[in-house]
Design a binder for this molecule. Structure first.
Ligand code: FAD
Length: 93
């Protein structure tokens, strides 16, 4: 599916930050202290629901679009009960 966000004219910006993770969110916050600056903070995929803010729900969020769904390489001495001896390695969008 084509993401139409790319075709919307969002204006011009002084700073464009790709990735609203730990570093990107802090950088955007600090830069926005100067209200004159126009800042665009870009994050992958679509906004998550409130459900994703509940830490105990982590196990239900696996393999959804909020997760990059990385996995480890096959492990010789770990992840032994998992398919291909590979553990999930969560990284959020
Ligand atoms: C499972 C797990 C548990 C962790 N627990 C802890 C902990 O308890 N304490 C701790 O201090 N650290 C923890 N960490 C480490 C911490 O999360 C990272 O060190 C930190 O998030 C790195 O910050 P970052 O800004 O470099 O990257 P990230 O926070 O990963 O941010 C990168 C952002 O860029 C986005 N992005 C990537 N590609 C694109 C693209 N093409 N377009 C748009 N956006 C994109 C990603 O979606 C992501 O939001 C944990 C990490 C993991 C994976």
């Amino acid at each position: 599916m084509i993401n139409l966000y790319f075709f919307i004219d969002c204006g011009t910006f002084d700073h464009i930050i790709i990735g609203a993770g730990a570093a990107g969110a802090v950088a955007a916050n600090r830069l926005s202290e100067d209200s004159v600056r126009q800042i665009l903070l870009v994050e992958a995929d679509s906004p998550e629901t409130n459900f994703a803010d509940i830490p105990a729900m982590l196990s239900f969020l696996q393999e959804l679009e909020y997760n990059w769904n990385y996995e480890t390489l096959p492990q010789a001495n770990a992840c032994l009960g998992l398919v291909g001896n590979k553990c999930k390695y969560h990284s959020g969008k």
